[in-house]
Design a protein around this ligand. Sequence first.
Ligand SMILES: Cc1ncc(COP(=O)(O)O)c(C=O)c1O
Length: 381
Amino acid sequence: MRPTRAEVNLAHLRHNYRVLEKMFGDGKTKPAIWGVLKADAYGHGSAAVARTLERAGMPGLCVALLEEAIELRDAGIRVPILVMGGYYGPRREGLEEILARDLVPVVYDAGQIERIATLARYESEGRPVRVHLKVDTGMGRLGVTMSELDDVLDAFDGRPEVQLDGLMTHLACADGDDLGPTMEQLARFAEARGRVRARGFSPRFVHAANSAGAMRLSEARFDAVRPGVALFGVSPVPGLAPELKPVIRVRTEVVALRTVEAGEPIGYGYTWRAPRRSVIATVPMGYADGLDRKLSNRGHALVRGRRVPMVGTMSMDLTMLDMTEIPGARISDEVVFLGQQEGALGRDVITAEEIAETTGTIPWEVLTSISRRVPRFYREP
Ligand SMILES: Cc1ncc(COP(=O)(O)O)c(C=O)c1O
């Protein structure tokens, strides 16, 4: 019933995929691009995003959770899906799902390899389970440490049911000003690859790079890359790829308008008072929809192609805008909180990067915060 919705532009998603293909394919190698669709494809809706990318020829996908991979298989997605989080639950049900749905688990300790082998012995009809081994080269999060690598490799010995098909790491600082730490991680990863090969393993897929790593360093691309945010049109470092197009646009409409006199207060706590006679619009989107409450009295929205300031403290379901500079403002005027708008008064855009800058976070969080209460509409222009 509410006019609040998120429009997901699937043509822009395909465009971004092509931009990255071109960018990563210009060197000696042409890595496979495996889109990272965790957290409901960064808030864009994972089933529709996966379907679009699969049809566009994407050869594989990555998610964080087993649950996310199951959701994609249930939606009919057939390409390989890498489950990067490495947690398959305390009982065997999780690993059974991995086998039954032909998912690719990430492993980083010997126990995982033993459990997969035990299960596969009875349940995978003789087919080995292909796994990717994650090495911690400096993220300090998940992955076998360099000092434990040989012990974990021992766990593959005598267990032909588990095949070491991929070797991966994750870069901690690829979007930072200083690429030194990334080069150190890549050097450790080279050592890890050498040790893995010396033990007689030859994983088909070596991969390390997120969007920033893949976009900035050709030497981080290897056999595959794992971009997330760039597919959704956000450059992880300002200006890296101006051709990328934002995929999501969040819009609603004015549902109430009032004229207030100078000095009159607006919203909870009276944090804003009209500095002059003002036209105030109320729009049905608030912090429960994923707008950051820190935007109160600081953020903007677009109306008829022009920027208007948010005024007063944002409510759970409603936000107020100062529309005094919008001549003839009306109920049902479209209001854009994220994305582009073109109208009688001009053309402007509010990016995830801009919102992140205002609220002191990162664009990844802006995108993944748009809540389930905001229905996603898919556009194929
Ligand atoms: C292991 C791993 N690879 C790749 C990505 C994609 O990162 P980005 O969205 O910066 O491209 C993520 C996301 O954080 C990740 O956790």
